[in-house]
Write a protein that binds this ligand. Structure first.
Ligand code: SF4
Ligand code: SF4
Length: 239
């Protein structure tokens, strides 16, 4: 069972799904959609095509996913764990949830089915869907990291669009090896939320109950960014 720490985002659709949704988007429209998302302060977009095996495993019958990523604010992340911090994190979540509804409406308006996946629904793991994008990796601190950063919140839209630019290979697999040499998040965790083998202990982690962000704040990926850590890793493995 996942922790339920955010409040549900109220339904903000203004447009119904089309009766006979299209399944092919032009490059121009997809570019325009991406530009609107970035102008709405999303950090980036990824796409997941869910495999038949994945759909069977989670008992779902849809497979085209648009992942909208937003940066969790540095100012909030740096706050000490507190109820106030959790409230601010939720306010940020609500704001981007509302923006995701507006983006889904744009797709509906253009003839596509677009439904927001409920981020609080436990029937399917959004992290598992994120990993199907081949654009993310689970770090040693159990965060779902994309290249844009470690401090990302996610919203997802399920859509009829079949020709999204899905990736077939994950270029981030090296991160697992890097994390095995680092371990800073384990050393810095105030709650000892890792076992002796470095495995994350979910119930000990207070991120979602109290707003702990220590493992993000001390992580090289947060402090230096993905590209710099990758360069350092490449130098390391050459030695
Ligand atoms: S602190 Fe180190 S081990 Fe932990 S997630 Fe970041 S890079 Fe990986
Ligand atoms: S969020 Fe805090 S408690 Fe949870 S693993 Fe990271 S450092 Fe530990």
């Amino acid at each position: 069972m996942r922790f339920i720490y955010h409040q549900p985002v109220p339904n903000f659709y203004n447009i119904d799904n089309p009766r006979n949704p299209d399944n092919h988007i032009s490059d121009e429209l997809l570019d325009e959609f991406r530009d609107i998302a970035i102008a709405s302060q999303f950090a980036g977009i990824s796409y997941s095509k869910l495999s038949e095996e994945f759909k069977r495993e989670w008992n779902i019958d849809w497979d085209n996913i648009i992942i909208l990523k937003y940066f969790m604010s540095d100012d909030i992340l740096r706050m000490e764990p507190s109820k106030e911090k959790c409230i601010l994190e939720d306010a940020e979540f609500q704001e981007f949830g509302q923006k995701t509804f507006a983006l889904a409406d744009i797709l509906r308006e253009n003839g596509f089915r677009a439904d927001l996946l409920n981020p609080l629904d436990d029937r399917v793991s959004l992290r598992a869907i994120a990993m199907q994008s081949n654009d993310a990796i689970i770090t040693g601190s159990n965060m779902c990291m994309f290249k844009e950063g470690l401090n990302l919140g996610l919203f997802m839209i399920e859509t009829s669009i079949e020709n999204l630019p899905f990736k077939s290979e994950n270029e981030m697999l090296w991160v697992k090896d890097y994390c095995s040499t680092c371990g800073v998040c384990i050393d810095r965790c105030p709650e000892n939320a890792f076992d002796v083998d470095g495995k994350f202990i979910r119930k000990a982690c207070t991120a979602h109950r109290e707003g702990c962000s220590q493992c993000i704040l001390f992580c090289p990926f947060y402090k230096r960014g993905y590209d710099k850590v990758k360069k350092r890793y490449e130098r390391m493995v050459k030695k």
